[in-house]
Design a protein around this ligand. Structure first.
Ligand SMILES: [Zn+2]
Length: 282
């Protein structure tokens, strides 16, 4: 299955509607298949609302994914803080069960004191512990989708995310190609560059590399990586990545994916454009 859709409410939606409850039918109208809901600032939706919203999305046959809280940080040297991060994941997943959503996007962590290697060792240890908590809470048919990050101060290169996902079958990559390109200061240009991303996943995850969540938007970067996201057709010469070479690799590798656009205001138009490029290819 391949699915395309926006993250959050874009400008176009906001001109016509004001409630997320109107979103599923609106996305069907525009030929899209997935919507990413934000727990970015916290899990603030009531159980009743979560169940109601989930029902509407299910009825419309639009998959609902969720972006987890921004304050999750598995690289924090403080074990108590890391325990809180684990609970944010568990509580997000419990709420998502009511919404009928199975994929939770998580930023692995930010470097605090110490080296990148030390931060990564902390993250891997915490994700082993999180695995056990998922078992204890019977969260078996859910996916925690660790995101590739765009800033040099964050944990989450393609290889780091692949190592995280190797720990548990419920861990899946969120490949944010704008972030990967920004982190590598423009490393994603050719089809081979994009294919390399999937080869790295395969090395650590085996055949599970064929199921991924994707974030796609162009990202402007500086010497330390990501600065900000832009709309696909915005005039930002030199900042990519372009979607065509990725679309070709996704087709050739037979990847199952949900692709969410995180543009600046034009998410839905961009999701429609990327779906059109993908569908019309070949
Ligand atoms: Zn994110």
């Amino acid at each position: 299955m391949v699915k395309f859709g926006p993250s959050g409410q874009c400008d176009w939606f906001n001109e016509e509607h004001s409630h997320t409850e109107d979103m599923p039918a609106w996305l069907v109208e525009h030929g899209l298949d997935v919507y990413e809901y934000a727990f970015n600032k916290g899990i603030n939706i009531s159980d009743e609302k979560a169940a109601k919203l989930g029902g509407l999305f299910k009825e419309a046959n639009i998959e609902l994914t969720v972006h987890g809280p921004y304050y999750i940080n598995f690289a924090n040297p403080d074990d108590e803080m890391a325990d809180k991060s684990k609970m944010y994941v568990i509580n997000s997943l419990k709420k998502m069960k009511l919404m009928g959503a199975t994929k939770l996007v998580v930023h692995p962590g930010s470097l605090m004191k110490g080296s990148r290697e030390e931060a990564m060792a902390l993250v891997l240890r915490r994700l082993e512990e999180l695995s056990k908590l998922l078992d204890e809470n019977n969260l078996n048919d859910m996916y925690v989708c660790f995101e590739t990050m765009g800033k040099h101060g964050q944990v989450g290169t393609v290889e780091e995310v692949a190592k995280m996902c190797a720990i548990d079958k419920r861990y899946m990559p969120t490949l944010d190609f704008g972030h990967i390109n920004a982190f590598t200061l423009g490393g994603l240009k050719t089809k081979e560059d994009f294919r390399g991303v999937f080869e790295t996943l395969k090395k650590y995850m085996g055949d599970r590399y064929k199921n991924v969540h994707i974030h796609f938007s162009k990202v402007v970067y500086g010497p330390k990586g990501e600065l900000h996201h832009v709309n696909y057709n915005e005039d930002v010469d030199g900042y990519g990545p372009d979607f065509e070479p990725l679309a070709a690799v996704l087709k050739e590798e037979g990847i199952n994916f949900t692709l969410v656009t995180e543009s600046r205001g034009a998410q839905t138009k961009d999701a429609m454009l990327l779906k059109k490029i993908f569908t019309e290819m070949n």
